[in-house]
Each structure stands twice: as structure tokens, then as C-alpha cells.
Design a protein around this ligand. Structure first.
Ligand SMILES: *[C@@H]1O[C@H](CO)[C@@H](O)[C@H](O)[C@H]1NC(C)=O
Length: 231
């Protein structure tokens, strides 16, 4: 008669152990970056980086810093589309720790545009380009994986995220990536000492919805016309 009740106690103790162990598991998974559907952001999958606040522009695209230049590949900065209907170009995240499949908060990442349409010899990898003349640090393309000026991190910003430039793997040396609207109205990604750009991640080419794929392929001519304003 004692045996069933003993095993009941054992079970109860076991379930208490399992229940109390659960918050620890949660703490680990809360370090994972989530997309807008609530799924973990995976390294080397494609995501649109979109503003967290609705009605504040669209996704991210490359755009020449100087509209008067003949060389349209010169100083290609990353700008936010002013139209909320443009998702921009998809981005992939490559963690410094190549063994992790899930993108974690506050860890070193390389970011790269993933686009079949690419008209410049420069790489699609994001980097920081400091302009001495303009006394500003732009987020540009043409970076190199593993190089100091191409390391970024994703950190929490309210209930969404922000991008930070973190030349070393420590979070101490990070600087906010923010938006700055230039004289021509372009919304450029720059390093900032007082603001951040609050973003979310939307998976591109979601297999559950062909809708993104279609809207994306219709978008390409639009991107190109933004990129080459004179053509
Ligand atoms: C970075 O952005 C946060 C908002 O996420 C802001 O509170 C903080 O002041 C910014 N810090 C710097 C040094 O720019």
C-alpha cells in the first residue's frame, strides 16, 4: 500500500523539479532574436529589416550618398525607403560564432544584403564608413566578413530591436545605429550618440505565404528606379 503513494510523491517531486527548471530554459531562449511572427531569427535566412513603428517608412535599400556622382556604385549607403509599402532588400545575418543557427541578442554579426539583382562590384556586406569631410559615420555596403568595421549586434529596444555597431565582441563599445534625414529627404542609417532606429525582422520568402514573394518580385523594378533616379 505504501508503494503507490511513494511513487506519487516521487512524481510530484519530479514535476516540481521540471516546473522550476522551466524558467531557466526561458531565460536562455529569451536571448534569441524573434521575427515579427514570433519565430527565432535564423542565421543565413533572409529577413527584411522594417521599422517597428507603423507609418514611419519602409525597409532598407542601398542608395548613393552623392546624387550628382556619375559613379552610382560610389559610397553606397544604406537608406530606409520612405514608402511603408517597400520592404527593401532582404538581409542575412552571419554570427561570429558559426556554430549557432539562431541569431542571439548582443552577439557579433555580419549583415549582408541578399539580392540576385546587384549592379556594383562592391560586396553586399554592411560596414561603417566614416566620412571625415561630413564628420559622420554612415552604414554602407562594401564590407568584408570578419573585418572590424563590419561587426554589428542586435539589441533590445523597447519591445522591439535596434542595430548597433560593435567593433569588438564586447557590448561596451557599441554605438547605436540611427536614422538621419538628409537635405534631399533620404533617410540614411548613421551612427548616433543619442538616438536609435527601432526595427523588427520580417522573414522574406516565407514558405507559408507566397504573398511576400510576389510583392517582392514586383518591387525590384521600383528598387532599381530608386537606385538610378535619372534613368
Ligand atoms: C541608444 O539608444 C537608446 C534607445 O534604444 C537611447 O536610450 C540611448 O540614449 C542611446 N545611446 C547612445 C549613446 O546613443
Amino acid at each position: 500500500m505504501m508503494i503507490p503513494s511513494l511513487s506519487f510523491i516521487t512524481l510530484t517531486v519530479l514535476s516540481v523539479v521540471i516546473l522550476t527548471a522551466a524558467p531557466a530554459a526561458d531565460a536562455v531562449s529569451s536571448q534569441v532574436v524573434l521575427d515579427i511572427a514570433g519565430h527565432p531569427v535564423q542565421s543565413n535566412d533572409q529577413y527584411y529589416i522594417i521599422p517597428a513603428k507603423i507609418g514611419t517608412g519602409g525597409g532598407l535599400i542601398p542608395s548613393s550618398r552623392d546624387l550628382n556622382t556619375q559613379d552610382l556604385c560610389l559610397n553606397l549607403d544604406i537608406v530606409q525607403s520612405s514608402s511603408p509599402f517597400v520592404s527593401g532588400l532582404p538581409v542575412t545575418f552571419s554570427p561570429l560564432d558559426t556554430k549557432t543557427k539562431l541569431v542571439q541578442l548582443s552577439t557579433s554579426l555580419n549583415l549582408e544584403f541578399d539580392s540576385t539583382v546587384w549592379l556594383c562590384p562592391e560586396s553586399k556586406i554592411w560596414r561603417i564608413d566614416h566620412s571625415v569631410q561630413l564628420r559622420k559615420s554612415f552604414v554602407s555596403i562594401g564590407g568584408e566578413k570578419g573585418k572590424g568595421n563590419s561587426w554589428f549586434q542586435i539589441q533590445e529596444d523597447g519591445d522591439a530591436y535596434k542595430l548597433m555597431y560593435c567593433p569588438s565582441s564586447s557590448t561596451v563599445a557599441c554605438i547605436n545605429v540611427s536614422l538621419e534625414i538628409d537635405d534631399l529627404g533620404a533617410r540614411r542609417l548613421v551612427l548616433s550618440n543619442d538616438q536609435s532606429f527601432t526595427v523588427e525582422f520580417q522573414k522574406a520568402y516565407d514558405s507559408n505565404s507566397n504573398c511576400h514573394l510576389e510583392s517582392n518580385s514586383r518591387m525590384f523594378p521600383f528598387i532599381i528606379s530608386l537606385w538610378y533616379p535619372s534613368s
